[in-house]
Design a binder for this molecule. Structure first.
Ligand SMILES: [Zn+2]
Length: 429
């Protein structure tokens, strides 16, 4: 595979083009924000896919829509429809794919601006999904359009996809595209996902996730005579104290070499996401010993921790409690597992984006990894594409917050970085 990498003729003309398109790019972002693609449950996906698809068609792409047929969440009320635009160059390869999810989390409370109006104020566009990640979608589409308007043609092929459901795991979105060969080793060389990771940082990958549920079982008895029963809540308390006293200190000793941001997340962690047991909240008072207690745990693990070990540690804690107390009965269920992924810091896509950041922002790029997962897992684990990174405008700490915004300047800078990257990875004619 050839990847030119070096500065291409016409780069400064393209950068001027990007600058001159700031208003158009902002207007497109506002249009995207005004379609509330709230997930869950996954509203208005078709209109948003069409808005992106129509713009891509206007900009010279072949456009196709991919509905996630066969996925249970693809329903008549909430269809899961993805859009892909392809602009073929002289050669099918190298192929650079920009992928952005267009679903957004619910607005939530605490907004001072209308979350779905696309308000512009003080050089910022406000709204749910501005940073995460509709500004990224606008930036990648206009980055490539600037090259075309400057009268240049990319030699390799560029693709843009708008996908669904990243916020709920991406199974009908990027995972579906990867499983069906749209994003796949052998056709896709580089993938850039414009998540809001700050405009001068490149995200190489993310840590692993293990969600599991522990249920402890006791024996019901009258609350005035608890000695005749076995409390499932007491058993859960024992497990929680083993997590605190045994597991957490062990996790505190481990550290990853991945450049995870914030640095506190370079150690593994475990969180209790929820706990429920005994008398249900809001019901009438009944004096009973709880015969069932369940809790859901969120264990984030490092690339250096094999998943089998992560799971075995939990089993061992539970088994140890059972050995000590023959009344200790439990069930462990795996809810979701995502293995860590990381693109090599020396990969061509990392090098190209890094050089472009230096040229556009006059800053050394920071290589980071994300504490949480995003669609990169599907690109690498299912699509087997080796070169995938997160790079885009918007501040990570504003994602999912009230008054989420993206600065127009940052969106334009990111578009410049993406334009130079596309020219250098694909070559121009
Ligand atoms: Zn996102």
């Amino acid at each position: 595979m050839k990847s030119p990498q070096s500065a291409q003729p016409g780069e400064s003309a393209v950068l001027v083009r990007v600058e001159s398109m700031a208003e158009e790019m902002t207007a497109f972002l506002q249009e995207l924000i005004r379609i509330p693609t709230i997930n869950p449950p996954g509203e208005n996906y078709v209109s948003c896919a069409e808005l992106i698809g129509n713009r891509l068609k206007e900009f010279g792409y072949d456009v196709c829509y991919v509905a996630a047929e066969g996925r249970p969440e693809h329903s008549p009320e909430h269809p899961r429809v993805n859009v892909i635009g392809t602009m073929r160059g002289d050669d099918p390869s190298p192929l650079l794919h920009f992928n952005g999810h267009f679903d957004v989390v619910p607005a939530g409370e605490g907004w001072t601006k209308d979350p779905f109006a696309g308000v512009v104020s003080d050089g910022k566009v406000y709204g749910r999904g501005t940073a995460d990640m509709k500004a990224g979608i606008a930036a990648s589409i206009y980055a490539v359009e600037a090259i075309r308007r400057a009268g240049l043609r990319l030699k390799g092929t560029v693709e843009q996809s708008g996908t669904v459901d990243e916020e709920s795991g991406g199974f009908a979105g990027v995972a579906y595209l990867a499983q069906n060969g749209f994003i796949a080793k052998g056709r896709t060389d580089f993938v850039i996902i414009p998540e809001p990771l700050n405009v001068d940082r490149i995200c190489l990958g993310h840590r692993g996730v293990y969600w599991f549920k522990v249920t402890t079982m006791g024996r019901i008895a009258h609350g005035s005579m608890p000695f005749f029963g076995v409390s499932a809540i007491d058993h859960m308390a024992e497990f929680l104290s083993a997590v605190d006293g045994t597991l957490k200190p062990r996790l505190g000793q481990r550290r990853t070499t991945m450049p995870v941001e914030p640095p506190e997340a370079r150690r593994p962690s475990i969180n209790v996401n929820s706990i429920f047991g005994g008398q249900p909240e809001g019901s009438l008072q009944t004096p009973c010993v709880a015969d069932r207690c369940a809790a859901i745990f969120d264990r984030r693990f490092l690339a250096e921790e094999p998943f089998e070990q992560v799971r075995a540690e939990i089993c061992e804690l539970l088994e140890e409690l059972r050995r000590r107390n023959r009344d200790f009965h439990y069930r462990l269920e795996d809810l979701m597992t995502v293995l860590p992924v990381q693109t090599a810091p020396t990969a061509a896509v990392v090098k190209a984006v890094g050089e472009a950041i230096k040229d556009v922002l006059r800053k050394d790029p920071q290589l980071i990894a994300s504490p949480g997962t995003y669609d990169q897992k599907h690109v690498m684990r299912l699509g087997l594409v080796e070169q995938c990174i997160g790079y885009g405008p918007g501040r990570l700490n504003l994602a999912h917050q009230p008054d989420e915004y993206c600065s127009i300047d940052e969106m334009v800078s990111a578009a410049k970085v993406m334009a130079l990257t596309a020219m250098r990875l694909l070559g121009t004619a």
